[in-house]
Design a protein around this ligand. Structure first.
Ligand code: A2P
Length: 337
């Protein structure tokens, strides 16, 4: 079975099924040091493009749009690729999700990325805030349906070729889909071996929404994440997909690495993946997943791996009326009592 290198969105726009994730490839200063230097972000993006990557995923909240913009401008100038050859995704931060503020947000992202349009613009979360990400600044009257109306306007103004959401729950997808003029084109969520999100993927399929998996390797580097003020959040413990015995066995069988098995598993299901790396060797490694195939039985074995709770709980959303994980948090607490 040869796999298409693209998924086609309901408006006909083709999105590469494989791309570079850049969360944690940040060029902001954390107290005294940088999470990743600006140069390392620029060089990762250029390495990826030289290696054949045709999708770069970022967000205003990753603080690396400027570095990515520089890498893109240099690549275009060198004549390696043209603008239309690459797919750029970015995301509207929670403090700009109010429909009246979204155009400012996308304009700022475009200016940093040095682009006239992006290929996909996502509402980063279903929760809109005023000027700060604090429960008391939650905008109670700005529902996901309202956020969506704002995105539809950006799409109509051709500031983006497609629009979507990230970190929404199933019920919020139903609500938007009922009132939308333009359907949701893409949903980006945490998705990996131990958190395959079957129900959500099924609902997306029903509405013709393409799915992108963030943290497709289980985000092994998440514990080193720091906010600009140096704060280091704690993370739930969980088994590492890269160390799963089935994955390791398949890696040996196909002379591939565990990361390549994990990524192949997802693209073979039609789910787009955006593994993050700022390491040139791993950037190249992660892309080598189009030259082998997992058989039906192997896909089944990976599907049957016991599922675990999510890793990305986004605790800052607690207290917002549209917190997408409100019910799940309740169940988690009950289970741990
Ligand atoms: P690095 O940037 O040093 O390569 P995810 O995309 O699931 O969030 O995972 C990203 C994390 O996984 C980063 O810490 C990245 O580190 C690491 N990583 C990326 N590619 C690989 C790989 N092929 N094997 C092991 N770890 C990887």
């Amino acid at each position: 079975m040869s796999i298409s290198k693209f998924v086609t969105m309901s408006n006909g726009v083709k999105m590469p099924i494989f791309g570079l994730g850049t969360w944690q490839a940040r060029s902001y200063k954390i107290v005294k040091s940088y999470q990743s230097s600006k140069e390392s972000v620029i060089s990762s993006v250029k390495t990826a493009i030289n290696d054949g990557y045709r999708l770069i995923d970022t967000a205003a909240a990753y603080f690396n749009e400027e570095a990515i913009g520089e890498a893109l401008a240099e690549t275009f100038k060198e004549g390696k690729i043209k603008r239309e050859d690459i797919f750029i995704t970015t995301k509207c931060p929670p403090t700009f999700l109010h429909p009246q503020k979204q155009e400012d947000a996308i304009t700022s992202s475009l200016s940093k990325l040095k682009l006239d349009y992006v290929d996909l613009y996502l509402a980063h979360f279903p929760c809109a805030y005023g000027d700060e990400l604090k429960p008391e600044k939650a905008l109670h009257d700005c529902k996901p349906e309202d956020i969506w109306k704002g995105l539809e306007k950006l799409y109509e103004k051709k500031l983006t070729r497609s629009i979507g959401i990230s970190n929404f729950n199933v019920e919020q997808i139903h609500r938007i889909s009922k009132s939308a003029k333009i359907p949701i084109h893409n949903h980006q969520v945490e998705l990996h071996l131990y958190f395959q999100q079957d129900d959500l993927v099924e609902v997306c399929k029903k509405y013709g929404i393409t799915v992108t998996a963030y943290a497709p390797l289980g985000s092994p580097g998440r514990t080193s994440y720091k906010l600009p003020n140096g704060f280091q959040p704690t993370w739930p413990e969980g088994p590492a997909p890269l160390e799963n015995p089935i994955v390791q066995h398949l890696a040996k069988k196909y002379s591939k690495t565990p990361a390549q098995i994990l990524l192949r598993h997802l693209i073979q299901k039609g789910i787009a993946v955006i593994p993050k790396s700022t390491n040139a060797k791993r950037i190249t490694e992660n892309h080598q997943i189009f030259d082998f195939e997992l058989d039906e039985n192997e896909m089944k074995n990976l599907y049957n791996v016991a599922q675990q709770p999510r890793l990305f709980w986004q605790d800052f959303l607690i207290g917002h009326p549209e917190d997408p994980y409100k019910e799940e948090r309740g169940k988690q607490q009950k289970n741990s009592v």
